[in-house]
Design a protein around this ligand. Structure first.
Ligand code: SF4
Length: 341
């Protein structure tokens, strides 16, 4: 299936510029964008994966990870093929890089925005997560689905690398309630060499989406020897604190995969070091994934320090939330920041 990729503009020289992500691809007839799923056909930019899901699952919202967003609820999660980045450590490279690695072939099964919303309700999910590959590359599909979902009282989550243009964020802001944005590194070199992208647009997207009132959580995958120096970790922590110290920061462990099989796993000591740096920089909510210790996955009230959301077992398995629908701490009445109803 294919639909007009209307988040684009015609230029004077028979070219079309895509306005979805910071790559700003300028394309001639029959050319594909860097993501491999937007192509000029008959003088129009087309989204080749509209209505074609490549991955569909019902997941605990904690798995996105979103820890301050309807705790204990389920998110109907969808993705397509294609991605605007080319991270050498991508855990979903089988779908994200599929078109680029299979001579631009597009795969997926038909799933209309209407059917996604129906399935979300049938599966007793409270939100739809656009995830697995980068959702901004299938912007129009997410937009139409998110709009229908809102009309039915559902929430929407983008799990993204933060490469959205301001224009895309303006359009998404009324319908996307939460975003988990990766800050993959604090080095432009890392973004260029390892991800085929740049750092600056990501930092700008975090600031702008926050300004537009979207609830933001950040994830950083710490990769030994690549982005895990004290200096770099502190840079990310300071940046997050400069936007809003109540933005949760998820620190997660790298496992050798895809084109980075020669790099070892992240030791627990690195994750805990980053946790401490985050605390030193004043971040209120820090979480460490892949460590068998619920102390680092639970939420503490920043005011009285009591544990207010307990998370144990496999991710999303046991979640016990003491906060009310406003996020009020039952011990001291501090309002814990997040989306709680
Ligand atoms: S979404 Fe795809 S076509 Fe559009 S600017 Fe980004 S990489 Fe290029």
């Amino acid at each position: 299936m294919s639909e007009k990729a209307w988040l684009s503009k015609e230029l004077s020289n028979a070219k079309i510029m895509c306005l979805a992500c910071a790559h700003s691809c300028t394309l001639m007839e029959a050319e594909y964008g860097k993501c491999g799923v937007r192509k000029v056909v008959g003088g129009e930019l087309q989204l080749l994966v509209y209505g074609l899901a490549a991955a569909v699952n019902v997941d605990p919202v904690e798995k996105k990870p979103m820890f301050h967003f309807l705790p204990k609820s389920r998110a109907f999660s969808i993705g397509t093929v294609g991605c605007n980045l080319s991270c050498k450590f991508c855990q979903n490279h089988d779908i994200s890089q599929y078109p680029k690695e299979h001579e631009q072939k597009i795969v997926g099964h038909e799933l209309s925005p209407e059917r996604i919303v129906e399935m979300t309700i049938e599966n007793k999910c409270e939100s739809i997560a656009y995830t697995y590959n980068e959702p901004i590359v299938f912007f129009e599909y997410t937009y139409d689905t998110a709009k229908l979902a809102h009309a039915k009282g559902l929430k929407n989550i983008y799990v993204t690398s933060g490469y959205e243009t301001h224009k895309a964020i303006d359009l998404l802001a009324p319908y996307i309630d939460g975003m988990n944005i990766d800050i993959k590194s604090f080095s432009d070199e890392f973004y260029k060499e390892i991800c085929g992208a740049r750092l600056k647009p990501v930092l700008e997207a975090v600031k702008y989406a926050h300004e537009k009132g979207i609830w933001i959580e950040i994830t950083t995958l710490l990769i030994p020897g690549k982005n895990d120096s004290d200096e770099e970790i502190r840079g990310i922590a300071r940046f997050i604190a400069s936007v809003d110290a109540s933005i949760p920061w998820h620190l997660s462990a790298f496992h050798p995969t895809y084109k980075m099989l020669d790099v070892p796993r992240t030791p627990e000591s690195t994750l805990l070091r980053a946790y401490k740096i985050g605390q030193e920089e004043g971040l209120k909510y820090l979480y460490v994934g892949n460590v068998d210790n619920e102390d680092y996955e639970s939420t503490y009230c920043p005011s009285c320090k009591n544990r207010v959301i307990d998370r144990s077992g496999n991710i999303g398995q046991f979640v016990s939330n003491e906060l009310d629908e406003k996020g009020t701490c039952p011990h001291c009445e501090y309002i814990v920041e997040g989306v709680w109803k």
